[in-house]
Design a protein around this ligand. Structure first.
Ligand code: NAP
Length: 236
């Protein structure tokens, strides 16, 4: 039985907590505390930042975790880098659980970051990138339908409508949404999540241009698995 800290905030982090608890491990999940009403994993939960890599290292040492599983979202690059540093500082066994990216579909444009996506945004844009980076689109003259779980951080684009919603979303609903708002372009992160994949199929069906903001790369040389079973194998 291992004492495991899961850095969470994703569906697979919640699933992992349940599986590890069932396997007899002692699990604590950590959430950043960004969402007012988060979906909670089973087992012990702590909420809030650690105060950088040093704070996370201090927490790892204080509790004496055997393993650190970084199951954060593929775009949560700061906590992922901090986990690498903290694990090295404390000698904690560390792995990243990162779901695979979506496979490209015909006609997708991939861009490196939100600045590049904002530069090509045009027409009537469905923006599904979460709430933290919408400001990168603030100077775009395009019209945006912005979907996020909670209101985005300002400034927002001049022409927009805000839709507060949490997935999963059905294909029927996504089709209707794109049609009703006469969407011509979808801008999305490559979350790889089945819960938000239907919009890609709807966009393909309706001939909507798709712009995908690429994932930040994983730090070099770290252990990395693709799913919950991979973490179980890694724990041994
Ligand atoms: P981030 O930019 O990588 O991290 C910023 C800071 O937030 C970190 O330095 C850390 O603060 C704190 N933090 C992040 N994840 C944490 C966790 N699981 N437990 C404790 N503190 C955490 O992170 P982010 O992109 O804002 O994402 C925040 C959370 O939302 C993550 O748990 C992530 O899995 C989830 N999420 C993110 C996205 C996304 O698109 N980015 C989408 C869905 C869910 P300290 O330095 O003070 O420790």
């Amino acid at each position: 039985m291992a004492r495991v800290l899961i850095l969470g905030g994703t569906a697979e982090a919640r699933a992992l907590a349940g599986v590890l608890i069932s396997a007899g491990h002692n699990v604590t999940s950590s959430l950043a505390g960004r969402v007012t009403d988060p979906l909670l994993p089973p087992g012990a939960v702590r909420v809030g930042g650690f105060g950088g890599a040093g704070g996370l290292a201090a927490h790892l040492a204080e509790v004496g975790y055997d393993a650190l599983v970084d199951a954060t979202h593929p775009y949560a690059a700061t906590i992922t880098a901090n986990a690498v540093t903290a694990a090295a500082m404390t000698g904690t066994h560390h792995v990243v659980l990162r779901r695979p990216a979506w496979s490209d579909r015909p006609g997708w444009t991939r861009v490196a970051d939100h600045a590049a996506a904002a530069a090509v945004a045009a027409g009537r844009v469905f923006l599904t990138i979460g709430r933290q980076e919408v400001a990168a689109y603030a100077n775009s003259p395009a019209w945006f339908l912005i979907r996020a779980i909670e209101p985005p951080d300002p400034p927002l684009p001049e022409h927009h409508e805000l839709l507060l919603a949490r997935g999963p979303f059905t294909l029927d609903d996504e089709r209707t949404l794109l049609r009703d708002h006469e969407i011509t372009m979808l801008v999305t992160k490559d979350s790889g999540s089945p819960a938000t994949e239907a919009k890609l199929t709807a966009a393909e069906e309706l001939g909507v241009t798709v712009v995908v903001v690429d994932r930040p790369p994983l730090p070099d040389g770290i252990a990395h698995v693709r799913d919950v079973d991979g973490v179980l194998d890694w724990l041994g």
